[in-house]
Design a protein around this ligand. Structure first.
Ligand code: CP
Length: 342
């Protein structure tokens, strides 16, 4: 059986709602264990770590990577993941009577060693409501609660992004990241973008953030990103120009996200957001713009909106890390499931 070190042992029982829940030394230990788990994927030192334990995966929204990688992670650690949807439960909502979060969280804690929740933009009435719901579960649950992506944050995606960059560059400190908005037909959440800004700036990357006017991100996330860049002696620049941010960067992350006006009277204006976004056809990451970079790698949390967010040539090019990072979801999740639930 694997022996955890002192920092790793401190993670037992902890909730992971954002990477902000982890200190820098803890992030380093999680990534170190994830890399060990990647190198020694089916080693007997890991295959019984969560033997007989269950992780409940509660999905308000669909998923490919998150569901499959959490389920595979529990299998590879000797445990089991159970898939749940709100329609298969009897939860209290504004419109119907049913079980409260307190009762659900307390009962789920009697069965499982951990609970994961995904709640994204179309299942809430305003930005911040998904974050509130996950924190309510965490307040009442007696086992760790994980965000499997919610309206504000996507911690396991942020960790997988950084793991991919560390594998490529060895050290991410001092590397320059362009986080650029892109037009798209899917009206994306803010969670992956905001998580990446926080973890990248905390780990010492300099950041160019590019988006058209009207696509500003959460002010608190922007203030924190600025502070972390300053503390690490790195630059944080925001531009509304489509090409300027590409100059000399080492990493390009191109992704659509919705405007802050996406909700009207408690309803997500998805079609309107898509229509508005699709007018900005210049906002795509393509080979011509990548030529301005320092031979940058391309990253994206997937699913990729090819032809809108990024050209096929870049997404499938030799500098694309998208599949490596998607695989890393499995390894960072295995590491944190083991550390928090063991
Ligand atoms: N990146 C990510 O969370 O993918 P899924 O939405 O497919 O889970």
């Amino acid at each position: 059986m694997f022996q955890f070190n002192t920092i790793q042992k401190g993670l037992k029982g902890r909730n992971i709602i954002s990477t902000e829940d982890l200190s820098i030394p803890e992030i380093k230990e999680v990534l170190s264990l994830a890399k060990d788990m990647k190198r020694n994927r089916f080693s007997s030192k890991f295959t019984d770590v969560l033997k007989h334990k269950t992780f409940l995966m509660f999905f308000y929204n669909p998923s490919v990577r998150t569901r499959q990688s959490f389920e595979a992670a529990m299998t590879e650690l000797g445990g089991h993941a159970q898939f749940l949807e709100p329609k298969s439960m009897r939860l209290k909502t504004e419109k119907s009577a049913g079980e409260t979060i307190e009762d659900s969280a307390k009962v789920m804690s009697r069965y499982a060693a951990g609970i994961g929740i995904r709640i994204l933009e179309d299942k809430i009435t305003k930005y911040g409501e998904g974050d509130w719901l996950i924190r309510e579960y965490a307040k009442f649950a007696d086992v760790p609660v994980f965000s499997m992506a919610h309206d504000k944050f996507h911690p396991f995606q942020g960790l997988a992004d950084i793991m991919g960059l560390q594998e490529y560059f060895d050290e991410v400190k001092g590397k320059k990241l362009l986080m650029t908005w892109a037009h798209g037909a899917l009206a994306r959440s803010w969670c992956s973008i905001q998580e990446n800004l926080l973890i990248s700036s905390r780990l010492g990357m300099s950041i160019n953030l590019a988006h058209p006017e009207g696509y500003e991100l959460d002010k608190e996330v922007i203030e924190k990103t600025k502070k972390y860049c300053e503390e690490n002696g790195q630059e944080f620049k925001i531009t509304n120009e489509v090409e300027k941010g590409y100059n000399n960067v080492n990493v390009v992350y191109s992704r659509n996200w919705m405007s802050p006006n996406a909700y009207k009277n408690g309803i997500l204006q998805k079609e309107l957001e898509i229509k508005k976004s699709m007018k900005y056809t210049k906002w795509i990451c393509d080979s011509r713009k990548m030529k301005y970079t320092d031979n940058a790698v391309f990253i994206h949390p997937m699913p990729v909106d090819r032809g809108n967010e990024v050209s096929d040539e870049v997404a499938s090019g030799k500098n694309s890390l998208i599949y490596e990072i998607a695989e890393n979801r499995l390894h960072v999740q295995k590491a944190l499931l083991a550390l928090t639930m063991c």
